[in-house]
Design a binder for this molecule. Structure first.
Ligand code: TXA
Ligand code: MG
Length: 331
């Protein structure tokens, strides 16, 4: 199904499809989601099938308001209310202990559930019209680049989704921050636009950052989580090493793409350069689309200029590490 303009009729139709157990892709402020009725295990099974995702990977349930937390979580801790008050609607997902009636199909068999109120008028209108929780992972095939435009969803999933609502390009551009509040101490499971420091400031406590989420940590093979990788091999280099590296690759006849930020390098017939903004937020907004564009050019290699290692770049560095390690480990 080609993407459709999300007017009132389209949204009512989309909500109806969800009620019938069908799949609807919709925009959020982070990336596009592939949605199904979170209370219907058969509908949720359709998500895993369309994405080609293993069924033990839990999904985030999208909700229309803060009050709906209590429909999914067995208890809503104070920390969750504080964070929701400050950051919702917005790019923060919280992991809480689930109510017994929440289907295990949604939680990947776990006793916890991921919850988020997205900050996008189309997503919120759909949630309101539907009247329940919408389970939605990013609307890409398993391990591929997340879609930030409706057309990306169509390219990824084609007719395996019943409707695609077109809300334009996503504002944030990388997936939500995930904070696990189900244990004794808050744990950052995935960095996003909302930083661990901002969360720590609201909760007035330290946040546990598991090894794999630390931007500087080198991954150990076998301990890697899911990659968000292009199909073209991609490698990360500090700006100062790039000119030499590019020269070397070109003399060996390789066709390369370069995702740069600070570095200015002239394009050649063997080198396609996409330059992204130097501000982290603006970079993030265009990042996946740029990677997707380079990936479509049948190149031998994508080179990425390593961004700053400062806090605003946390989410981008995390995604870049995931997009590039696959190649490094295969060397
Ligand atoms: O920004 C986003 O969060 C987007 C949009 C569509 O809202 N969604 C998204 O979903 O990125 P997905 O499925 O691609 O990533 C969800 C992540 C997965 O890594 C999953 O492991 C984690 O959330 N997750 C969900 N529920 C969980 C749970 N109960 N415990 C631990 N991790 C959980
Ligand atoms: Mg995803």
């Amino acid at each position: 199904m080609k993407p459709v303009f999300p007017d009132t009729n389209a949204i009512a139709h989309a909500a109806d499809l969800l009620r019938k157990g069908r799949l609807v892709a919709f925009p959020t402020e982070t990336v596009y989601g592939l949605g199904a009725d979170a209370s219907n295990p058969d509908a949720v099974a359709g998500i895993f099938k369309a994405k080609g995702r293993p069924t033990d990977h839990p999904l985030i349930v999208h909700i229309a308001d803060i009050d709906s937390l209590a429909d999914w979580a067995s208890t809503v801790p104070d920390a969750a209310l504080k964070l929701a008050d400050r950051f919702w609607p917005g790019p923060l997902a919280m992991i809480l202990n689930k109510k017994p009636e929440v289907p295990l199909a949604v939680t990947g068999g776990q006793q916890t559930v991921g919850l988020r109120m997205p900050d996008h008028p189309v997503a919120l209108a759909l949630l309101k019209s539907f009247g329940g929780g919408i389970a939605a992972p990013s609307a890409n095939r398993f391990c591929r680049i997340s879609p930030t435009q409706a057309l990306h969803v169509y390219e990824e999933l084609g007719n395996s989704v019943d409707m695609i609502l077109d809300g334009g390009a996503c504002q944030v551009g990388v997936e939500s921050t995930i904070i696990d509040l189900s244990g004794n101490k808050p744990r950052l499971l995935r960095p996003g636009l909302i930083t661990s420091q901002e969360i720590a400031d609201i909760l007035k406590t330290d946040i546990n950052i598991p090894q794999a989420s630390k931007p500087t940590e080198i991954r150990v093979p076998g301990m890697m989580e899911v990659h968000y990788a292009p199909s073209t091999p991609a490698m990360l280099y500090p700006a100062e090493q790039l000119p030499d590296r590019i020269r070397l690759l070109q003399t060996s006849g390789k066709k390369c793409g370069l995702l740069s930020c600070q570095l200015e390098i002239t394009e050649t017939s063997q080198l396609c350069v996409l330059r992204l903004p130097q501000q982290a937020d603006a970079y993030a907004q265009r990042f996946y689309a740029a990677l997707r564009e380079l990936d479509s050019l049948q190149l031998d290699l994508i080179l990425v200029e390593k961004p700053l290692q400062t806090e605003p770049w946390q989410a981008i560095n995390d995604r870049l590490r995931k997009a590039t390690t696959a190649y490094l480990h295969s060397l």
